[in-house]
Every structure is written in structure tokens, then in C-alpha cells.
Design a protein around this ligand. Structure first.
Ligand code: ADP
Ligand code: MG
Length: 240
């Protein structure tokens, strides 16, 4: 579904991504782990062109995303993104957060958008908060709304950038559970995370990034059980 070839990204003189290669198959859950500053967020943001790569190719569903003339908006609609800090529309209700973009971008009718939104809110356990504003929700609830909002666009792949990092510990489980359910339903997911338990349990593949490259990748058993790269070993010894 996604094929990343020799992806480079520089900010000015600073090269943050130094040639990333990665394939993500349909239905696969890929966990991206690695130290702070290693380029994980930049990588994820390049995947849906929130950042413009300075080199290499990103092929999504057979189309080169970062080619001139690519229909970026159409392709981006197929990629849901969930951020660390939720990024909900603060002056819209929970329901409106879910219906706004499908109505605006896809021209979906209000009634059907609302019906689908309520279904998604039920799925993340927040149907009864449809009329609330984001400020009235806990962090964990906000993040579950953010996931439902991304799903409201019917994406083919979901990108998560440390979705539980800004949450109080007691909120983390509910959000991870929603993500586990999604994975079980076959959603293709790329998840940058510090939750090693989640990566081990849910991911099909774990990718360890450091210093702007993929240092090591493999199944959770391989990467956590017998890491080959010294940097991976060092990182895991600090976080496990
Ligand atoms: P991670 O998510 O792994 O912590 P990031 O992708 O956020 O890493 O950042 C990698 C490096 O890129 C950091 O040194 C960061 O300061 C730099 N960086 C990220 N975004 C920008 C930007 N917009 N402008 C300049 N430098 C950036
Ligand atoms: Mg980051």
C-alpha cells in the first residue's frame, strides 16, 4: 500500500531523514520506535506530505505522492492522521468535529455524515458525548474523538504520531484499546509510539529509527527478543 524509497528530508542545512526505505502492506500494523529527535515525526509527516520530502519517492496505492501533478488532496484524504495533541476544532462539538470535513471536502450530506459519525463515536465509546465541546473532554476522550474524526474520512491507512504521549497514564489504556480494535479489523496502520507493550502485542512489524535512518526492522519477537543492531540494543535497554 505504501512504498517509501530512499526518502530524504532536510530543514535548511540539517538533514533529518537520510534515506528511508519502508514498505507497508495492506492490513499491516507497523510500529515505529526510536529515540527523541531521530526523525520519526518528520517521517510520518512526509508520508502524507505535511512535510515535503527533499529526495526519494513515496508511492501510495500505486501513485507517486511527491511527483509533480499528483493529486495530493485526493490521496491525502485516504490517509488519516492522529497527532499527539489531538488537534480537534475547539469551537465545534464532538459531532461537528467528525462531520465537518466529510461534508466540506467530500460533499457528504449532513444527515448521512451525522449518522456515520454517531456510529464511529459509538465504536470509540463516546456516543453520549456527541454534543460536548473538546474542552469538556478528558485527554483520552479527546484522542478517541480524534481517531473517530480521522476514520470519518474512510481512510485506507491510519498514521499515528505518539497518540498516547500527552495522556495521563490512566487514559492510555482506552486509547490503545481503540487502536487494537482497529488493527484487529484489518486497518493498515503506521504507529509512532513509546508504548513498547503495544508495539510488541499489536504490531506485525517493528521499525527502529535512529539518526534519520531505519537502523533495524523485524517482527516484534525479532526486534525486542534479539535486536541485532547495537543502537537498538542500547535504546531498548533504556525503555524496556
Ligand atoms: P522525533 O519525532 O523522532 O522526536 P522529529 O522528526 O520531530 O523527531 O525531529 C527530528 C529532527 O528534526 C529534530 O532535530 C528536530 O529539531 C528537527 N526538525 C523537525 N521539524 C523541524 C522543522 N520544521 N524545522 C527545523 N527542524 C525540524
Ligand atoms: Mg516526534
Amino acid at each position: 500500500m505504501i512504498n517509501v524509497e530512499n526518502l530524504h528530508k532536510s530543514f535548511g542545512q540539517v538533514e533529518v531523514l537520510k534515506g528511508i526505505d519502508l514498505e507497508v502492506a495492506s492490513g499491516e500494523v507497523v510500529a515505529v520506535i526510536g529515540p527523541s529527535g531521530s526523525g520519526k515525526s518528520t517521517f510520518l509527516r512526509c508520508l502524507n506530505l505535511l512535510e515535503t520530502p527533499t529526495g526519494g519517492r513515496i508511492i501510495f496505492e500505486g501513485e507517486v505522492l511527491n511527483a509533480k501533478g499528483a493529486n495530493i488532496n485526493k490521496l491525502r484524504q485516504k490517509m488519516g492522521m492522529v497527532f499527539q495533541n489531538f488537534n480537534l476544532f475547539p469551537h465545534k462539538t464532538v459531532l461537528e468535529n467528525l462531520t465537518l470535513t466529510p461534508m466540506l471536502v467530500k460533499g457528504e450530506k449532513k444527515e448521512s455524515a451525522e449518522q456515520r459519525a454517531l456510529g464511529l463515536l459509538e465504536k470509540v465509546g463516546l456516543k453520549e458525548r456527541a454534543g460536548a465541546y473538546p474542552s469538556q473532554l478528558s485527554g483520552g476522550q479527546k484522542q478517541r474523538v480524534a481517531i473517530a474524526r480521522a476514520l470519518a474520512m474512510n481512510p485506507d491507512v491510519m498514521l499515528f504520531d505518539e497518540p498516547t504521549s500527552a495522556l495521563d497514564p490512566e487514559m492510555v489504556g482506552d486509547v490503545l484499546q481503540v487502536m487494537k480494535d482497529l488493527a484487529r479489523e484489518g486497518m493498515t496502520m503506521v504507529v509512532v509510539t513509546h508504548e513498547m507493550g503495544f508495539a510488541r502485542e499489536v504490531a506485525d512489524r517493528v521499525v527502529f529509527m535512529d539518526k534519520g535512518i531505519v537502523q533495524e526492522e523485524g517482527t516484534p519477537a525479532q526486534v525486542f527478543g534479539s535486536p541485532q543492531n547495537e543502537r537498538t540494543q542500547n535504546f531498548l535497554s533504556k525503555v524496556l
